[in-house]
Design a protein around this ligand. Structure first.
Ligand SMILES: CC(C)(COP(=O)(O)OP(=O)(O)OC[C@H]1O[C@@H](n2cnc3c(N)ncnc32)[C@H](O)[C@@H]1OP(=O)(O)O)[C@@H](O)C(=O)NCCC(=O)NCCS
Length: 193
């Protein structure tokens, strides 16, 4: 029986935090999420997406909070200085259940670029999967050209640093999701997934 006034939407946490990963728990969640997205979901890598860049990269996470405390890592990205002044971002991932909810992807990109800017970046680049190029364009990135990476179409893209003010590494941002109205089909898809 349906309770009158029952809301037609899945559980949505009230808060996310975005910051540099600092604890072993955060780093473990960051790697687990990357594995889930790039190995299990996208099959870009067989069973481990880690590479030499991890030894020098700064990990950034988004955590979903319960009762004000970080409960689960649901977003990840890493940044590293590839050449003096030239920084790169990679392995951007948001857990499938938390996409298009709290602007987590957009805020991870903002944290990534602004942190690198604060560390002296004069250029910030990323190799972006083709389906995400419009998303990055909306966030003030431009394409420098199409490339193939891991056998998949990508674009080499560069952020407009003037849109990403430099900040220090101790920033923590709180995100409050704005629940959207879901269609019945979207709800059905979520339940099947
Ligand atoms: C790409 C990804 C990180 C986006 O994360 P997200 O948390 O869903 O993104 P956001 O909620 O911040 O999106 C912000 C806005 O961009 C839109 N958007 C998100 N992904 C988009 C895409 N691929 N193309 C166009 N627009 C997109 C959202 O609808 C939202 O629009 P709105 O503000 O008008 O509602 C996520 O879909 C993901 O992890 N995908 C799988 C892994 C992947 O592709 N990684 C990137 C490798 S380059």
């Amino acid at each position: 029986m349906r309770v009158e006034g029952m809301e037609d939407r899945p559980f949505i946490p009230t808060e996310y935090v975005v910051r540099l990963a600092r604890t072993p728990w955060e780093c473990a969640g960051y790697h687990a999420l990357r594995r889930e997205v790039f190995c299990t979901e996208q099959h870009v890598f067989a069973d481990d997406d880690r590479d030499a860049t991890d030894a020098v990269a700064i990990p950034i996470i988004a955590a979903c909070c319960m009762a004000g405390m970080p409960d689960r890592i649901v977003g990840a990205v890493r940044i590293h200085e590839a050449e003096p002044g030239i920084w790169r971002g990679s392995r951007l991932a948001v857990h499938a259940d938390h996409r298009k909810l709290g602007r987590i992807g957009a805020e991870l990109i903002r944290m990534a670029v602004s942190t690198a800017h604060g560390l002296g970046a004069t250029r910030f680049m990323a190799q972006v999967q083709e389906q995400n190029v419009p998303f990055f364009r909306r966030l003030h990135w431009k394409s420098l050209g199409a490339i193939t990476l891991h056998g998949l179409p990508h674009h080499d893209m560069q952020a407009d640093l003037s849109r990403y003010p430099a900040h220090r590494q101790d920033q923590t941002w709180l995100l409050r999701p704005q629940p959207r109205q879901y269609s019945r089909q979207q709800l059905r898809n979520r339940q099947v997934a």
